[in-house]
Design a protein around this ligand. Structure first.
Ligand SMILES: NC(=O)c1ccc[n+]([C@@H]2O[C@H](COP(=O)([O-])OP(=O)(O)OC[C@H]3O[C@@H](n4cnc5c(N)ncnc54)[C@H](OP(=O)(O)O)[C@@H]3O)[C@@H](O)[C@H]2O)c1
Length: 249
């Protein structure tokens, strides 16, 4: 995939899937805007990647910060072609009656409202340019209840609907909106899940998880026309046919 002259903004780029995606998109030649709350971590990654990357500290839960991040990206690179809505959290893992409502809501602010914030801020820039791609990291948790994850399941179900909404409202104007459900991935999030000891996902062996580089490869592939059959829907990296297509089996 040649993404030369394309600008990609990745949220949650300070580690895990987001950082792996940044390296994969850089390899494909894209200009990058790396977004996360940890300013030092995104600055370090931008430094590693080189001149084609800028670091933009931003909390996706705060719309005004996300809007400014998109403006800064356009100033630095001249546009925005691909938004990767990857930022996400899973703590606090707990049963519904025990959880702190404030903390529950903060997960919704990041995992669900953060995705809407990204779409709301990026769509006008993309529409003015004649189109763009909005990729959102989904989860199997969007499709069924998982013990201790009421906030996470609800947020991922809502985020999938936002992908479907973006497709419904903007496909005809050149917007490609897709979700990627990666399966379980060896990142800090899985360490948090393991530490909780709640539900079967926390009992998985570390070797059961795929590396974040696989998810990154899929995200780059999703920017191309080969993925157009999935517009408005979700690609699953558990799907053997997709893994084979991407050379990941
Ligand atoms: N790991 C898995 O098994 C798995 C499975 C399915 C889906 N996912 C999804 O994949 C995405 C990435 O997760 P990961 O596994 O790479 O987890 P991770 O290693 O914990 O990384 C999460 C990233 O999100 C960023 N982030 C969190 N809150 C943010 C906020 N308010 N504003 C901006 N950035 C924020 C974090 O950076 P800062 O803390 O610096 O802000 C970090 O870069 C998430 O959406 C997650 O739900 C993961």
């Amino acid at each position: 995939m040649d993404l030369k002259d394309r600008t990609v903004m990745i949220t949650g780029a300070s580690r895990g899937i987001g950082a792996a995606a940044a390296r994969a998109f850089a390899e494909a030649g894209a200009r990058l805007a790396l977004v996360a709350r940890s300013a030092d971590a995104v600055a370090d990654l931008a430094g590693e990647i080189g001149q084609q990357a800028v670091a933009i500290p931003c909390d996706v839960a705060r719309y005004w910060e996300f809007e400014q991040a998109v403006r800064n990206c356009v100033t630095a690179h001249g546009g925005l072609d691909v938004l990767v809505n990857n930022a996400g959290v899973i703590e606090p893992i707990s049963h519904m009656a025990d959880t702190d409502p404030e903390a529950w809501g903060e997960v919704i602010d990041i995992n669900l409202k953060g995705v809407f914030h990204g779409m709301h801020a990026a769509l006008p820039v993309m529409l003015e340019a004649g189109g763009g791609t909005v990729l959102t990291i989904g989860s199997g948790a969007a499709h069924g209840p998982v013990e201790g994850w009421s906030h996470y399941c609800a947020s991922k179900a809502g985020a999938l609907m936002l992908t479907r909404m973006a497709d419904k409202e903007y496909r005809e104007r050149g917007i490609r909106a897709l979700s990627l459900s990666p399966g379980t991935v060896a990142t800090q999030m899985q360490r948090d899940i393991k530490a909780s000891g709640i539900n079967p996902v926390s009992k998985l062996d570390w070797s059961d998880h795929i590396p974040p580089e696989w998810v990154a490869k899929a995200l780059v592939w999703m920017c191309g026309a080969e993925a157009d059959g999935h517009l408005g829907g979700e690609i699953s990296l558990r799907d053997e046919a997709i893994r084979t297509k991407l050379g990941l089996s």
